[in-house]
Design a protein around this ligand. Structure first.
Ligand code: C2E
Ligand code: MG
Ligand code: MG
Length: 519
């Protein structure tokens, strides 16, 4: 120690450096009046602190900006992952989350949520006629309308394609059905696409959740109800019932078994004679598919054709039916004296008519078995034809120009107009059995059928009544001008072998008849 007292400013300098180092960049040193070299150091440190403070706040601002950007990107990513890109509606994942949350709230006393499952009717037609951009415009408009009917607490979602869903939280089935009605009304209004106008009706399934249920099962049940609504003829609302789920399960089982049936020769064709009403002579037959089920025995088409249509199995099934029927026809024709006067009818589903290659498939099958096109008649149901689908109409024209006969099946069940039907290239109209039943007992029914036969005649088509069960019905239909008909009265559907026998008897009777008339 030299005994000299140290300058107190040095101590303050040291404290100041410690303050800065601790992050207090706002601290400053007061210069002394001495204005000597110690003060110069103090001033220098003040400037350094100033500089550091500016740098630091810039850095802080940049960090804040970057963090905000990162959060924005994360929100956007989350939005993209949870929302549908075209309409901005929630997607399946987000809807599932929200249903889960709404169900969880029921544990805390809230009322259950309900889900509306919506599927647009005929959207494929819209896409085909207006193009994909037009289709997108319709989807965006549907999304907008659904948003307007939903409350802010509800979630409107697009599940893909033309499928939408609305989650209504804390509700009752009655309220959910009311909202479904409003959705239906909102969608009924036309949609303007450029200079065209389009309609986007929907089938709606409604299901109310219950405690302990999962989001998946609630959505699945709403879907099941939607399919039931569609099956009832589109533009309908259906509330879910447990029986629908059971039916869906057994449909799935039938579909599985049918898939096996197709590869293991479990299908057979039966044939029902088509006759000349005046004489009862056989002029043709209708091929009707049967399923020889390993456990259940003979299963009728009413149980599996619809399921085959829903699952697309009908294409394979239909091809088998067509090939087998034409093969059998070729075999019968070889035995016949006048094969050209016998026509075999085959039922074709609208789904098959929609597939582009039906006409060429049938033509190839005919050529392969050397059967003339005029010996084959394809039947399509009236309801299958009540559409403007270009594919179906095009296929009808292709088949007709190949010389194949075309019949409308089950006429009178679909309320289509004769004037529409006459524009189609068909030659035969099969009058449904529900119209034929009762003509011999109910005079009004008789009048109705008389009018229908008259109309069919007027547009130069051939009326063929089906489901004739009594001699009286046959006689009356003949008197009304029907030349041909079909029904249990003349013959039930029988196996190919039995049909061969019937054809032989018929041929023998013709020979006897022509022999006696020759004398
Ligand atoms: P459909 O084409 O209208 O065939 C006539 C149906 O009426 C047949 O029922 C036939 O057995 C029944 N039937 C005929 N005469 C009478 C009668 O006098 N009284 C009563 N009560 N019924 C009569 P089936 O064989 O059960 O076929 C039902 C429907 O399934 C057919 O109606 C047809 O739409 C469809 N179908 C049958 N086979 C095929 C097929 O190979 N492909 C397709 N796509 N559909 C088929
Ligand atoms: Mg038929
Ligand atoms: Mg029919």
């Amino acid at each position: 120690m030299n005994g000299r007292r140290e300058d107190p400013r040095l101590e303050r300098l040291v404290d100041f450096v410690v303050q800065l180092a601790a992050g207090d960049l706002a601290a400053r040193l007061e210069p002394s009046p001495a204005a000597d070299s110690v003060d110069a150091v103090a001033m220098g440190l003040n400037m350094l602190a100033e500089e550091l403070q500016v740098l630091y706040s810039r850095l802080e601002q940049r960090v804040t900006e970057r963090t905000a950007l990162l959060e924005q990107t994360q929100t956007e990513l989350r939005r993209l992952a949870l929302n549908d890109a075209l309409t901005g509606l929630a997607n399946r994942t987000l809807l599932g989350d929200r249903i889960g949350q709404a169900l969880a709230r029921t544990e805390r006393g809230a009322r259950p949520p309900a889900v509306l499952s919506l599927d647009l009717d005929g959207f494929k037609l819209i896409n085909d006629s207006l193009g994909h951009d037009g289709g997108d415009t319709v989807l965006v408009e549907v999304a907008r309308r659904l948003r307007t009917i939903a409350r802010p607490t509800d979630t409107v979602a697009r599940l893909g394609g033309d499928e939408f869903a609305v989650l209504i939280s804390d509700t009752t089935l009655e309220d959910a059905l009311r909202i479904a009605e409003r959705a239906m009304e909102a969608l009924r209004l036309p949609v303007q696409v450029g200079d065209q106008v389009s309609w986007a009706g929907a089938s709606i399934g409604v299901c109310c959740g219950s405690r302990g249920e999962t989001a998946d099962s609630l959505l699945r049940d709403a879907d099941t109800a939607m399919y039931a609504a569609k099956a009832r003829g589109r533009n309908n609302i259906e509330a879910f019932q447990q029986a629908m789920h059971t039916a869906a399960l057994s449909r799935a089982q039938i579909a599985d078994e049918l898939r096996t049936a197709l590869t293991t020769d479990q299908l057979v064709l039966h044939y029902q004679p088509l006759v000349e009403l005046a004489t009862g002579r056989i002029v043709g037959a209708e091929a009707l598919v049967r399923w020889v089920h390993p456990q259940r025995g003979l299963v009728w088409p009413g149980e599996f054709i619809l399921i085959a249509e829903e699952t697309g199995l009908i294409i394979e099934l239909g091809q088998w039916v067509t090939l087998e029927a034409i093969r059998q026809l070729a075999q019968w024709q070889q035995e016949m004296e006048k094969p050209e006067s016998f026509r075999l009818h085959v039922n074709i589903s609208p789904v098959q008519f929609r597939s582009a290659n039906l006409a060429s498939f049938v033509q190839r099958a005919l050529q392969w078995h050397a059967v003339p096109a005029s010996s084959l008649v394809l039947e399509i149901t009236e309801t299958g034809l009540m559409t403007d689908e270009v594919e179906i109409v095009q296929t009808l024209h292709d088949l007709r120009s190949a010389g194949i006969g075309l019949a409308i099946d089950d006429f009178g069940t679909g309320y289509s107009s004769i004037s529409y039907l006459r524009r189609l290239p068909i030659d035969t109209v099969k009058i449904d059995q529900s119209l034929v039943a009762g003509i011999d007992t109910d005079p009004r029914q008789h009048l109705l059928v008389a009018a229908i036969v008259g109309l069919i005649d007027a547009v130069s088509l051939r009326p063929v009544p089906e489901g004739i069960e009594t001699a009286a019905q046959a006689a009356q239909l003949h008197a009304l001008g029907c030349t041909h008909g079909q029904g249990y009265y003349f013959g039930r559907p029988v196996s190919a072998g039995e049909m061969t026998g019937l054809l032989r008897v018929d041929a023998a009777q013709r020979t006897v008849h022509s022999d006696t008339s020759d004398q």
